[in-house]
Ligand binder design. Structure first.
Ligand code: ATP
Ligand code: MG
Length: 171
């Protein structure tokens, strides 16, 4: 099974459709304070983790936290879908400013798994096209990740791969 070794000081960007398991993966492999989540930021600015209208403010907060953490040389994991190059550009830019290495971890659980999991989540009510579109942008953008500035790209292509992977720190 795959082993991921991330630098001690890095930006780790999780990439995956809703329901792919990003927040679960982050909790399992990283410390709570290392994780910045777009949903948590929506909660902080709007008292509602699902308020899509709060997205611009939530990401302004997320970027500010990321900037300050990297300034302090703290490894930071961004837990958001991050499926489009436009979603990732700003993150990589902030990492560059602080000379942090950017690492992409792609969680591709497959459309059926994402949809089944979201069906069981009361706070994830959206049409089937949403997951399909997210998955399509994710797959379209995969090859371009190194060019975007990601020095490591780890693509986990099934539930089994996601479950089996280990994450360790380089020192
Ligand atoms: P979103 O983008 O909507 O926040 P997400 O990628 O963060 O989604 P999670 O919240 O981690 O996804 O997982 C979605 C649901 O699937 C949760 O209810 C979680 O408990 C469940 N789940 C995640 N990983 C697994 C797994 N390996 N096996 C079974 N259930 C899982
Ligand atoms: Mg999540």
């Amino acid at each position: 099974s795959a082993a991921i070794t991330v630098p001690d000081f890095a930006l780790v960007v999780l990439i995956g459709a809703s329901g792919a398991g990003k927040s679960t993966f982050a909790r399992r492999h990283f410390r709570p304070t290392e994780i910045v989540s777009s949903d948590a930021c929506r909660g902080i600015v709007a008292d509602d983790e699902t308020d899509q209208g709060a997205t611009p403010d939530a990401f302004a907060l997320l970027n500010a936290i990321l900037d300050l953490r990297l300034k302090n040389r703290r490894l930071t994991v961004v837990d958001a879908t991050n499926v489009r190059p436009d979603d990732r550009r700003k993150l990589v830019e902030v990492a560059r400013r602080w000379h942090a290495l950017s690492v992409a971890i792609v969680l591709d659980s497959g459309e059926d798994v994402c949809r089944a999991r979201n069906a069981a989540r009361p706070d994830r009510v959206f049409g089937p096209h949403v997951i399909r579109n997210q998955m399509a942008s994710l797959r379209r953008g995969l090859r371009g990740l190194p060019r975007e500035g990601f020095r490591q790209v780890h693509a986990l292509r099934s539930e089994a791969e996601i479950a089996a992977v280990t994450v360790s720190r380089q020192r």
